[in-house]
Design a protein around this ligand. Structure first.
Ligand SMILES: [Mn+2]
Length: 326
């Protein structure tokens, strides 16, 4: 299944040129970022000619993903200074969280907003997950083992929200079918993704739901949590993944917005129903997909920072006329 858009030969040649490989994924990684990275790591693990490290700049990782093979090998600092970098699921180079000037990078992603920062770019925005891109690329170059299949399937399942997003098509199911025949176990993976939530994720969800406001004729739902609420519940950033989807599930809602006050500033997650929400994220220097995007207002502090940032986003939604197109 050769895909003409993928740079098979260039990737193979570049990997051959290096003795060491550093596999990176975006800050605050989700299952697609880590699943894609760990899946690629497992391809090289038994290759004695190459040193391979897997690194993510965030120290708080989603702990329910610890069932993924080699999860414990994820480090938070890069040790190799002369390695080839393989970047997974990351739309812009700054979201990798390291200084990578002068490094060669293979950029594997499916974000529409990807800035093509790689030496080689393997980016297919129409694909459901970065792991789908990685699978199609690497199955032509290597033998896919059960560990890689498990990681890639987990990433695909997560980014498609259990095969429910608009990116799901016959090809996605065919990739899933191949990954299962290569050794991915759907029941074990689903159980890890859906039945291992920490209590803190429920406590912070309660706070978020209590904050619900509906604006623009109930088409925009906003949820938010302050740093005090986050501290009181003991929630981590990974615990808050998916909260925005609750707001999106309301029938009248076409845009869902979740704002959280974190160390870096005010983080905004956006979801849209049949409209291009990435336009809003791009306007504030962020990125993502048509239906799911995000960004951070950095260094926003003060008592009203949370509400003020939310107001700016609501204003931008009006200004861009996203709901007028509905
Ligand atoms: Mn992804």
């Amino acid at each position: 299944m050769i895909n003409e858009e993928l740079p098979y030969e260039a990737v193979m040649k570049k990997i051959d040129e290096y003795k060491a490989i550093t596999i990176l994924s975006h800050l605050n990684p989700d299952a697609d970022a880590l699943g894609t990275a760990l899946g690629i790591f497992a391809l090289f693990e038994k290759n004695k000619d190459k040193k391979v490290e897997i690194v993510n700049a965030s120290t708080a990782l989603p702990i329910h993903l610890d069932f993924l093979p080699n999860f414990k090998k994820i480090k938070h600092k890069m040790d190799y200074s002369d390695s080839l970098v393989i970047s997974c699921d990351c739309g812009s180079i700054d979201r990798l969280g390291f200084h990578l000037e002068s490094r060669e990078i293979i950029n594997i992603d499916h974000h529409q907003s990807n800035t093509n920062y790689g030496t080689i770019n393997a980016i297919l925005p129409q694909y459901a997950s970065s792991s789908q891109v990685a699978f199609e690329l690497f199955q032509e170059l290597y033998t896919i083992n059960a560990a890689t299949a498990t990681c890639f399937y987990t990433a695909l399942l997560s980014d498609t929200r259990y095969f429910t997003t608009s990116s799901v098509n016959a090809k996605v199911f065919s990739v899933a079918q191949k990954l299962v025949s290569l050794g991915a176990k759907p029941d074990i993976i689903s159980c890890n993704l859906t039945q291992r939530r920490p209590l803190s994720s429920f406590r912070i969800l309660e706070k978020a739901l209590a904050s619900l406001t509906l604006t623009q004729e109930a088409q925009v739902a906003t949820l938010m949590v302050s740093k005090e609420e986050i501290a009181a519940t003991g929630a981590t950033v990974p615990d808050m993944e998916g909260i925005v989807d609750y707001a999106k599930s309301l029938s009248t809602v076409n845009i869902a917005l979740f704002a959280m006050e974190v160390k870096e500033g005010i983080r905004i997650s956006l979801r849209g129903k049949n409209l291009d929400i990435s336009k809003v994220a791009m306007a504030f220097g962020g990125g993502g997909h048509k239906v799911a995007a995000g960004f951070t207002f950095e260094n926003e502090v003060g008592k009203n920072a949370l509400q003020e940032c939310v107001n700016k986003v609501l204003e931008k939604i009006r200004e861009l006329g996203l709901l007028d197109e509905k």
